[in-house]
Ligand binder design. Sequence first.
Ligand SMILES: Cc1cc2nc3c(=O)[nH]c(=O)nc-3n(C[C@H](O)[C@H](O)[C@H](O)COP(=O)(O)O)c2cc1C
Ligand SMILES: C=C(O[C@@H]1CC(C(=O)O)=C[C@@H](OP(=O)(O)O)[C@H]1O)C(=O)O
Length: 367
Amino acid sequence: MASVFGNAITLSIFGQSHSPAIGCSLDGIPAGIPVDADELQRFLDRRAPGHAPTSTARKEADRPEFIAGITDGHTNGAPIAAIIRNTNTRSVDYAELRRIPRPGHADYPARIKYANNHDVSGGGHFSGRLTAPLCIAGGIALQALSLHGIRIVAHIASLGPEPVVDMPLDPMKLNEAQTTLISANPLPCISSMAASRMRSCILEAKQQMDSVGGVIECAAYGVPVGVGDPMFDGLENRIARIAFGIPAVKGVEFGAGFAAARMHGSENNDPYRMEATEVRPQTNNAGGILGGISTGAPVIWRMAVKPTPSIGTPQRSVDMDAGADADLTVRGRHDPCIVPRAVPVAEAACALALLDAMLEDGFRFPA
Ligand SMILES: Cc1cc2nc3c(=O)[nH]c(=O)nc-3n(C[C@H](O)[C@H](O)[C@H](O)COP(=O)(O)O)c2cc1C
Ligand SMILES: C=C(O[C@@H]1CC(C(=O)O)=C[C@@H](OP(=O)(O)O)[C@H]1O)C(=O)O
């Protein structure tokens, strides 16, 4: 297994859900970028497990320990390395799953690919827990991008059967009122009414030993025009590559996305106008990206997160040792819904993809 991302940066994520620690190394980050440890911790806290009834009961502090790359509150130019210790593991819950794979989790293909040598406990290296080190790297990337005035915001656009909230993130400019609304809700959603329905929907699924999925919308504001490349290293490619690295993400779309396929060109094209001396797209169906390159409009994208595979309802599976059908009731602690904790993970993924592209394009950090 190799879990590596980036062209100008190299992010490598290591560890398993129940190994002594998980962590990341992050190479290619320039020297002199201030890293505010308190801000980074607040960011990690938004993802950390065990702090809400809508989350898994596994409680982890998710405090990063920096081993290298940061001195006196700034990057020192050396590769960054950090770990988070796993403190609340309960591997007994997983004993049966090596034999009887969970439908929807990676147990079955992993057993075949790694000839049954893989770590099953807590989902091993496939676990959503590995998004904690992704958030360490992403948290540093967010702080680096802020030096160029870039702000990244995500929220829950829909959850389970809850329709898409009728107030999407502002596609044209950072809207501080919206970011306040998002952070005011225990579930990060612009609409407080929708947030409370979403919460009930998760708790209802939890009570029924089931799970729900949803869609996260993410916007990067202040991205300058001209970042990215055509064809294979476009901004869309980079964001999609890292977003699909987030366990349970099954779809990614940009701007109008799949809805663009149902529009006429006259409707979908974003017209231009001069604003003072600047060219400005007047709408943003492109999600701020044309030809893989940023247009100067906000980069807007969404990711579809599937319902958590580990559910308490009995499911049909097979006993791999006996070669026979078997029924499975998954035990242990699981998120009844992954979506709320994946919101900061979307922001982290977006920040890393943007930082990678900007460094490759010669943008200087610090600005
Ligand atoms: C933050 C986060 C938390 C997750 N929590 C769980 C969980 O508690 N139980 C579970 O079965 N899957 C959980 N997952 C999803 C699985 O790790 C994922 O579905 C599995 O590795 C298979 O990968 P795939 O769905 O991308 O194909 C979580 C994912 C994320 C991002
Ligand atoms: C611990 C986290 O999520 C875990 C993700 C996960 C999975 O299969 O993805 C399975 C569960 O692990 P455990 O059985 O050890 O409680 C979750 O708790 C985390 O995100 O930090």
